[in-house]
Design a protein around this ligand. Structure first.
Ligand code: AMP
Length: 287
């Protein structure tokens, strides 16, 4: 496995693979890898001949009051994990390599980034889509892997790829969870004991909503009211938003038909967590 820090080294190493026609898979991450990341890496390993994992805590997707400085890092541990999974290249650039002085070009996906996380994290998705398109240009992968955990991000990336005619297949893989349902996240390490226990409220709420839909509920408003009630009963947790949105446009759903996701963001103490769930498999025959 090669650990590379510069774009020129990355291009040079990949050019040999590319000229022999090998299928290249890219897994973009911010590091501090957990089983959620490894599920993407394993899929890339199964489906591609060359696997590139990028590890870069991207400053342009953090707001001024966010956790950029505290964001957990463990490059040595991540490289060890990647080596075990048979990764070919870890690309771990410095900030100056990605954003040399004078940098001023950004890619913005418009409508699908306006609401939900986009509303509460201004500039976040502009940072995400900009770093992702830069990585796409550097690696020129055949396939890129993302987690459903960051559902709005996956919608924005898909939109960008379609709108800008990028010849890259986007694979979005299911959220990997702890045993009690908490979605794995590098930020879970910020949680105290009592907060960790309370954090399961996100998953419990998603399950409750899916249950309601499975027994015939079709009105988003009624589900969202029930969601708020569950959160109100958790003193350590504050719901930031809950919405039921179309899978592709992220427009608020008027009725649940099976092509919607419930999206949640909540503060557990000082830690902001997000989660989401699809209704596709619970709409059933009650339609
Ligand atoms: P991050 O390092 O948090 O930027 O995440 C890198 C990639 O891993 C993104 O595509 C995430 O959606 C994905 N990811 C993060 N957590 C999970 C999880 N629990 N299950 C599946 N994918 C995840």
């Amino acid at each position: 496995m090669e650990v590379l820090e510069t774009v020129s080294d990355l291009r040079e190493t990949l050019s040999a693979f590319r000229s022999s026609g090998k299928k290249i898979g890219l897994v973009p991450t911010m590091g501090y890898l957990h089983e959620g990341h490894y599920s993407l890496i394993r899929a890339a390993r199964r489906e591609c001949e060359v696997v590139v994992v990028s590890i870069f805590v991207n400053p342009t997707q953090f707001g001024p009051a966010e956790d950029l400085d505290q964001y957990p890092q463990d490059l040595a541990g991540d490289c060890q994990g990647c080596r075990k999974e048979g990764v070919d290249i870890v690309f771990a650039p410095a900030v100056e390599e990605m954003y040399p002085s004078g940098f001023q070009t950004y890619v913005t996906v418009e409508e699908v980034t306006k609401d939900y996380c986009g509303r509460y994290r201004p500039g976040h998705f502009r940072g995400v889509t900009t770093v992702v398109i830069k990585l796409f240009n550097m690696v020129a992968p055949d396939v890129a892997y993302f987690g459903e955990k960051d559902f709005q991000q996956s919608v924005a990336v898909r939109r960008m790829v379609a709108d800008l005619d990028l010849p890259i297949e986007i694979r979005v893989l299911p959220t990997v969870r702890e045993r009690d349902g908490l979605a794995m996240s590098s930020r879970n390490r910020y949680l105290s004991g009592p907060e960790r226990a309370a954090a399961t409220v996100l998953f419990r709420t998603l399950q409750m909503a899916r249950e309601k839909v499975s027994i015939g509920e079709r009105f988003p408003r009624r589900i969202l009211d029930a969601v708020q009630e569950v959160f109100d009963a958790e003193p350590l947790v504050r719901l930031q938003y809950a919405g039921i949105a179309d899978d592709d446009t992220l427009e608020p759903a008027e009725r649940i038909e099976g092509h919607e996701h419930l999206l949640l963001a909540a503060f557990v103490g000082e830690t902001r967590l997000i989660d989401n769930a699809s209704f596709a498999d619970v709409v059933g025959d009650n339609r």
